[in-house]
Design a binder for this molecule. Structure first.
Ligand SMILES: Cc1cc2nc3c(=O)[nH]c(=O)nc-3n(C[C@H](O)[C@H](O)[C@H](O)COP(=O)(O)O)c2cc1C
Length: 186
């Protein structure tokens, strides 16, 4: 199997991290991977915020859990009410990926950057997990205040975030892929 396929197939969401901070050299690689993702019309209308201060992550986490508690989903309500649940899983580093709200495809621009970062992380044996919390808090006034403190460029908002850290867990095997996901047109 070629190297990129090995990385794609071995990456899994990691939700248990050691306290050790990831090395700056590795972080630089991850940010570069994010910046080199494709973007709609090549606009690169993305911004990466590196958060290594737990207090900032705690603030986002509290607001996200509040939103989860008032959602219609029983799964999210349970998570929001679970004292032990921290949406960022105490990762030592989180990269919040923001896009320009009025650009062509900010959600997709941020998603492809996120995947590049997660694959680059796996290639460096760094665990990663996509976390929706930073995007979800854009829904409330309180959340918007928290985001304002991130100092994003004007007109930008978070679309996703990636928790990163050295893995403190075994990598579970990926479940088999669903059947019937491909159609060849004659
Ligand atoms: C759009 C999107 C949102 C996600 N949000 C979260 C999240 O908020 N918290 C979390 O723990 N995982 C989140 N994930 C990770 C998925 O749960 C995970 O990718 C999925 O269970 C498959 O597992 P794998 O990544 O190990 O293959 C998200 C993934 C995607 C693509």
């Amino acid at each position: 199997m070629n190297e990129i396929m090995k990385v794609i197939k071995s990456r899994r969401s990691v939700r248990k991290f050691s306290d050790e901070q990831i090395k700056q050299e590795a972080l630089d690689v991850l940010l570069e991977a994010g910046m080199y993702a494709p973007s709609a019309a090549g606009k690169q209308a993305r911004h990466f915020t590196v958060v290594q201060t737990q207090q900032v992550l705690d603030e986002i986490a509290l607001e996200a859990k509040k939103i989860y508690r008032s959602s219609n989903s029983a799964f999210l309500q349970d998570l929001g009410s679970n004292e032990a649940f921290h949406p960022f899983f105490h990762a030592p580093t989180v990269i919040i990926i923001s896009g320009e709200i009025n650009s062509i495809a900010p959600n997709s621009d941020c998603a492809v950057a996120a995947q590049n970062i997660m694959l680059a992380a796996e290639s460096l044996q760094i665990g990663s997990c996509w976390i929706s919390a930073a995007a979800i808090i854009t829904q409330t006034e309180e959340g918007k205040k928290i985001i304002k403190n991130l100092g994003l460029p004007e007109g930008y908002a978070p679309f996703n975030s990636i928790a990163l850290g050295y893995k403190e867990t075994e990598r579970p095997n990926a479940p088999p892929r669903r059947e019937g996901m491909v159609t060849y047109l004659p």
